[in-house]
Structures are given as structure tokens and as C-alpha cells.
Design a protein around this ligand. Structure first.
Ligand code: UT7
Length: 331
């Protein structure tokens, strides 16, 4: 039993200025706009400038979330959780670097490594801290600069990724308040974790001349297998959570799934028997931004007047680990 309710108070996002479209990629690798569009739904993606690191993108998104909030000021933030697999350094946590940049002190700050499910994991943890009564206001960020880890020799993965950051402030909600996080669930099936990884640079394969020569500091993914896992996992965890809360897909105003491939997003909508008009899609302009794809999509949807106060929204993601999870909330 939770003592309190929690809610999303505000959202913010940031993408780097540089746009790289499919025609730019055609000049660099053996690919085509036609292949990328039909197989993934992607057209443009953002690439960070050389001086930008994850904490810089996270800072701008966090600033926007704080600015957008009518009730939470910077000094009210009591914890920072960052979902990322491309932080500034292997350690310390990017959340700590963000804490200093925001000018905050003496609050817990830590990263979550859950691949593209990082934001969903961070939200699940944050809401439980709030609902237990331990904290009132938590800043949650999903940020990625995966364009730094692209294997340009693998045309199946190098065209997929873009950079970006999304942030949200989670807050204690009054018991009678309409806005609240209805429920969330995070989980993982690690039986095939090797399908998606960044092999070297950790304690198993420390950085060496050999790991660099082998391109082992880049993203490795078995796309076809991951595709099947993604649809199955996001559907099962979402269907379970809806059922547990006596909700039907018809009760949802919006579905925001991780933006990895338009065919995955469509397949998920088909399994849900949900009309495409309920599904938020940003993949054409940002491509796959991993843990930032969901908060980026939600921020855009709010700005465009799609997601409105009172709407019921389902967020679901899937990623390295293999992790997956779902959040259902009323905005
Ligand atoms: O965010 C974390 C989770 N990630 C995901 O969920 C991603 C899941 N996987 C996918 O989205 C898809 O599997 C990909 C987009 C990665 C690949 O699409 P696919 O339809 O599974 O293509 P494929 O790997 O089966 O390749 C089909 C063909 C191959 O040629 P042949 O063997 O049929 O002659 C590839 O060599 O397409 C070729 N191909 C390309 N052609 C042009 C692969 N990449 C490219 C490319 N341009 N960039």
C-alpha cells in the first residue's frame, strides 16, 4: 500500500542542433533513403556537437522541465535519476555531473543502466520513493549520445541512432487529484542479453588497442531477434498492467512506445487493436534516441496540444538487458 500518490508535474526536452538525414547517410555508407524509410520509418536524426556530452543535453532538458512546472522550483528538487547508457564518463554518474551543473547540493543523484528502458526504470523508482513518503519532488532524465558509439562498418545499426534528452519532474499528488501515476511495472528477461550490447570498455573487455581495432567500443545488435523481442515484451508487460488496473486499451487516450522502428510501433498498435490516431510517433525526426525517446515524444506531444491535462497515457519501452517496462498515468 502506498501512503501517497505521485504524478508527472512537467516535462522538458532538448535535441542538438545538427540534423543528419537519410541523404547525408547515403554519402557515408552503402544505404538508401528508401531502405531506411521503409524498414524503420526514420528520416532525420540529431548529432551532438563534439563539445557536447550527455550531461549538457540533460541540463537543457532539465531546465525546460523546471521552467515548465508551475509548482516546482529548482531548489525543491530532492533527487536526480538519469537513465543513460552513454553518460559523460564510465563513472561518476551523469546524474552527479548534472547536479553540479544545476547548482544543487546534498541530494541523491544516480544513473540507471537499462538501455532504451532507462527512462521507464527511472520513473518507476522515482514514483515509489514519492509514494512511500520519502521524497516529494524528483527530477528524472533520459539522455543519450549514442552517435558516439556507432559502428560505421555495420549498415544495419549505424543508420538507427540519434541524440537527445528528455526530462520530467515527478511530484507528490493529493489523494483527490486527477493527475497521477496510475501504475508502472519494470522487468527484464536476460536469457539473451548478448543480442544488444556495447562489448568493450568495462571489466570484461577493458579498453585496449585490440578492442579499438575490433570496433568493440561500438553498438552491437542482432536486429531481427531484437525486433521480435521488442514487440512481444512491450505488449505483454503493457497488457498485464492494463489488466491489473482494470483498464482497457479503449480507456487510453495515447500510447507512447519506445521509438526504435516504425514497424515495431505499428505492430504493437496492431496487437493492442489500437487506432494509429492514438499512437505518438516521432521516429521520422529523431530516429532511435534510446532512453530519451519517450520523454522527447511526450514533451513534443504536450507542446503540439495532443496530450492534454486529464488524458490517460501509456508509456512502454524495451532495451538492452533485455529490459522492458510500462508506465500508465493520467496527465
Ligand atoms: O532500441 C533498442 C531496441 N532496438 C530495436 O528494437 C531495433 C530492432 N530491429 C530493427 O529495427 C530491424 O531489425 C533493423 C532496422 C535493425 C533491420 O531491419 P530488418 O528488416 O530486420 O533488416 P535485416 O537486418 O533483415 O536486413 C535485410 C536486408 C539485408 O540484405 P539481404 O541479406 O536481404 O540482401 C541487409 O544486408 O537489408 C540489408 N540492409 C541494408 N540495406 C540498406 C541492412 N541494413 C541496411 C541499410 N541499407 N542500412
Amino acid at each position: 500500500m502506498s501512503l501517497y500518490n505521485s504524478k508527472f508535474d512537467s516535462f522538458g526536452s532538448y535535441v542538438p542542433e545538427k540534423i543528419v538525414n537519410n541523404y547525408d547517410l547515403e554519402k557515408k555508407v552503402d544505404t538508401s533513403d528508401e531502405w531506411i524509410r521503409t524498414r524503420t520509418g526514420m528520416f532525420e536524426r540529431r548529432f551532438s556537437a563534439p563539445h557536447e556530452a550527455a550531461s549538457d543535453l540533460a541540463f537543457h532538458a532539465a531546465e525546460q522541465a523546471i521552467y515548465s512546472s508551475k509548482t516546482t522550483r529548482l531548489k525543491d528538487i530532492q533527487m536526480i535519476i538519469v537513465g543513460t547508457i552513454s553518460g559523460d564518463h564510465p563513472f561518476p554518474a551523469t546524474a552527479c555531473i548534472l547536479q553540479k551543473r544545476l547548482g544543487l547540493k546534498d541530494i541523491p543523484a544516480f544513473d540507471i543502466s537499462a538501455g532504451c528502458t532507462g527512462f521507464i526504470y527511472a520513473v518507476d523508482i522515482a514514483r515509489r520513493y514519492i509514494e512511500s513518503g520519502a521524497y516529494n519532488n524528483i527530477l528524472v532524465v533520459g539522455v543519450e549520445i549514442l552517435t558516439r558509439s556507432i559502428n560505421w562498418d555495420d549498415r544495419g545499426t549505424c543508420i538507427l541512432f540519434g541524440d537527445g534528452a528528455g526530462a520530467a519532474i515527478l511530484k507528490r499528488a493529493e489523494k483527490n487529484e486527477l493527475s497521477r501515476i496510475i501504475d508502472s511495472k519494470i522487468t527484464a528477461d536476460a536469457s539473451e542479453w548478448e543480442l544488444l550490447m556495447h562489448k568493450a570498455g568495462g571489466s570484461r573487455y577493458p579498453a585496449s588497442l585490440e578492442t579499438v581495432r575490433e570496433n568493440a567500443h561500438t553498438i552491437y545488435m542482432e536486429g531481427n531477434k531484437i525486433f521480435k523481442h521488442a514487440v512481444k515484451s512491450m505488449y505483454s508487460v503493457s497488457a498485464d498492467l492494463l489488466k491489473l488496473n482494470n483498464l482497457d486499451v479503449k480507456d487510453l487516450d495515447w500510447i507512447v512506445s519506445h521509438q526504435a522502428n516504425l514497424r515495431i510501433i505499428d505492430a504493437l498498435a496492431d496487437k493492442f487493436k489500437a487506432p494509429k490516431s492514438k499512437v505518438i510517433v516521432t521516429i521520422e525526426k529523431y530516429a532511435n534516441t534510446s532512453s530519451s525517446s519517450i520523454p522527447l515524444a511526450v514533451t513534443d506531444a504536450i507542446k503540439e496540444g495532443k496530450i492534454k491535462k486529464g488524458d490517460i497515457v501509456l508509456l512502454t519501452a524495451f532495451g538492452a538487458g533485455l529490459t522492458y517496462g510500462t508506465v500508465i498515468f493520467r496527465y
